[in-house]
Design a binder for this molecule. Structure first.
Ligand code: ADE
Length: 419
């Protein structure tokens, strides 16, 4: 299979959207130009398993400019932008294997096609590629220089592999870079999740009880933006420190058993399984909206919801399935529990993906520079890359910041001076 896309006729539209996004990705543009001159990825094959969006298109274009022979498959069956897939394949010569709404078999068929490319470097969003390499493509492991991981869920999986001694290649946890999670996870998820909920339902947030399940960076961003739209935000957490943080940020914190009775809109952003389940659905109000913005579609127990419901009306509106419970209450499940921000909206805006993807590109250059030196473990992104990305982002915004004076540098380096 050379590529697999929905419709070649979509390529012109996809090209326009890729170019539009590129305008808001100045740091990645600068990396692209540098890569074009230095070719740090020359002669290397790369397989990327990422959400196929206009922003991702600009990342893989930068990798190609750096000399890599790149192919791309989707990291989620519902997040692909088919026009972007067509343009990447047919306009930019980067083969894509992804069709929005593909079933599980096709999703894995596409991943196998990306791995048939025999990569030296991989890029993952959720660790499906790396985990498939470890189970079905062990022959590739000796040639793999390293893999980049884009998301919290993926890093959790990879750290579990490392702890078990199962990780057989070096990984860079791009997600854990401050230039990624402080901005993409917080401001990106905050805005795009609200966008997805509104596009799917056209609901008004003002005055609604919005239940944020999980108060990591994604949950914080979502809660902050829901509050800004006038919602009464309730936070559910299992981590006591994060729970206090939510309280002091001004939110009500309670157990899901209580929140389930009063919530109008529920959004899961935990990275964990079945945080909303039958015992909660049974308590929910009529027409409660339930959605997920965590990586996998496991946060809402959908089999449990199906079992608890007496009937289902599919697609009462695009991206909305209505589950009717024996007590007559209806639950509106969005996007089949998949990432609502990518399924019903367009994912995070380009401006914020700029930082994440510039970090991704520079992390892959770092892997090549350190070829043979990296151990089979999960590495943080080097501080120089983070500083480079942040400095360029500020510059592109026309913002300049203060520098330490010689006296201040000396003061910070000394321990003798006290009161
Ligand atoms: N993850 C969240 N938003 C995204 C986007 N716009 N592109 C790629 N990955 C994403």
């Amino acid at each position: 299979m050379k590529h697999d896309i929905k419709d070649p006729k979509l390529k012109a539209l996809g090209k326009k959207r890729i170019e539009w996004a590129a305008e808001d990705m100045p740091v990645l543009k600068q990396v692209n130009e540098k890569f074009g001159k230095n070719k740090p990825l020359k002669g290397l094959r790369m397989s990327a398993c990422l959400h196929v969006t206009a922003e991702t298109a600009n990342l893989v274009r930068a990798l190609k400019a750096g000399g890599a022979d790149v192919v791309l498959c989707a990291s989620n069956p519902l997040s692909t932008q088919d026009d972007v897939a067509a343009a990447l394949t047919l306009e930019y010569g980067i083969p894509v294997f992804a069709i929005k709404g593909e079933d599980n078999d096709t999703y894995y068929k596409h991943m196998h096609a990306a791995l048939a490319h025999s990569p030296h470097i991989t890029m993952d969003d959720g660790a499906d590629l790396v985990s498939t390499i470890h189970t079905e493509y062990v022959n590739l492991i000796p040639q793999i220089i390293g893999s980049m991981e884009e998301t919290t869920t993926g890093v959790i999986r990879l750290k579990a592999m490392e702890k078990d001694g199962a990780l057989k290649l070096p990984v860079i946890a791009v997600n854990d870079a401050a230039t990624k999670n402080l901005f993409d996870n917080r401001y990106g998820t905050g805005q795009s999740t609200i966008d997805g909920i509104i596009r799917a339902t056209d609901t008004l947030l003002a005055g609604k009880n919005v239940v944020t399940v999980g108060y990591g960076w994604c949950g914080k961003g979502f809660a902050m933006r829901a509050k800004g739209m006038g919602a009464n935000v309730i936070v559910c957490e299992i981590d006591p420190v994060k729970a206090i943080e939510a309280v002091m940020d001004g939110f009500r914190v309670m157990e899901m058993g209580e929140a389930a009775k009063i919530g109008d809109i529920f959004c899961t952003l935990t990275g964990n399984i079945h945080v909303l389940r039958a015992e909660h659905f049974k308590k929910m109000k009529d027409c409660a909206i339930v959605c997920n913005s965590g990586h996998f579609n496991v946060e809402i127990d959908i089999p449990g919801l199906k079992k608890a419901a007496k009937s289902v009306r599919k697609e009462v509106r695009n991206f909305v399935d209505e589950y009717i419970l024996p007590n007559g209450n209806r639950i509106h499940l969005l996007a089949d529990g998949r990432l609502i921000n990518l399924a019903a909206a367009e994912g995070h805006p380009a401006c914020v993906m700029d930082m994440s993807f510039a970090t991704q590109a520079l992390a892959s250059e770092f892997c090549v520079e350190k070829r043979g030196e990296l151990k089979n473990q999960v590495y943080y992104v080097p501080a120089e890359i983070e500083n480079h990305v942040a400095t360029f982002k500020l510059k592109s915004m026309g913002i300049s910041i203060d520098k330490l004076t010689a006296e201040q540098k000396k003061y910070l380096a000394s321990w003798q001076e006290g009161t």
